[in-house]
Design a protein around this ligand. Sequence first.
Ligand SMILES: [Zn+2]
Ligand SMILES: [Zn+2]
Length: 277
Amino acid sequence: MVHSNCHTHTVFCDGKNTPEEMLLAAIDKGFSCLGFSFHGPMTPDAVWTIRPEKLPAYTAEIRRLQNVYGDRIEILHGIELDRDCCGVDPADYDYMIAAVHQLTGGELHYDVDDTAATLRTCRDTLYGGSWLALAADYYDRVAEFTCRVRPTIVAHLDLIEKFNEDNALFDSGDPAYQALACDCADRILAACPDVLFEVNTGAMYRCGKKQPYPAPFLLRHLYERGAKVIVTADAHTTDALDFAFDKALAAIRAAGFDTVYELRKVDGKAKAVSVKL
Ligand SMILES: [Zn+2]
Ligand SMILES: [Zn+2]
C-alpha cells in the first residue's frame, strides 16, 4: 500500500486547508511522507496560483512544520509549475511537478480543468471547433514543457479528459487522439526516462471521475514503454489525501505494472523509492 502523497495543495494557492491541517491529517492516516506542492505564480487572474509575495511565508511555514513535526513524518517542499518557471527557481524546492493547465492563444487563455463549458469555448475559439487540434496542442505543450524543465513528476498527463467521462466531450477511443497522447508520453520518456508519471485521483474526489488520470489506454502504453508511475491525490482538502488510492493501484495493476514509486525523504533529499504491488 502507498502511505504518502506528494501532490498537496493548501490555502497558499487553491487548497482549502492550511499546511499544518494537511500535515496533521497525513500523520493521522499513518503516512510516512507528505510532499507539499503549490501552483507556481502565473498571471494575476489565475486565482488558483500562489501570489509571488506569499512565497517567503509559504517556505517559512513548511520549515516551521519540519521543525515541529519532522520526527513524526517526512516532509517535502515541492512545487507544481506550469508552462514556465514564472520567476521561481526550482532548485529552491525538493522536487518539481510539471503540468499544463492552460491553453493560450495571443492574449486569450483557458484553464482546461475549469469546466466543460470552458474547454468547449477554448476548442471553438483557439482550435476552430476541433477537439483533435486542441488535443494536439495540449499534448505538444505537455511534452515540450516537461522535456525542457525535466521535473521529478509529470502531473495528470491527460488533464483534458477531466470532463470527458463516457466520452461526453470527445471520443478518447479515437486512434488519432490516442496517438497524440502516446506520442507525448514517448517524447517525455526519450528525454526523461526516470520521470515519474502521476496516477492522479484528484478529479475522482473533486468531480466524481470514475478513474484516475491517465486513462487506461495511456497507462497501458506507459507500462509497455517501461515508464515509472506514482500515485497522487492532488489533494486540496484533508479528506482527499489518500482518496481512491485503492482504485488507482487497481488501475496500475490492470495496466500490467508490478511496481509503483513513492517520493520519500532519504538523507534529506526527495527520492523515488519503489514499492512492489
Ligand atoms: Zn495540476
Ligand atoms: Zn495540483
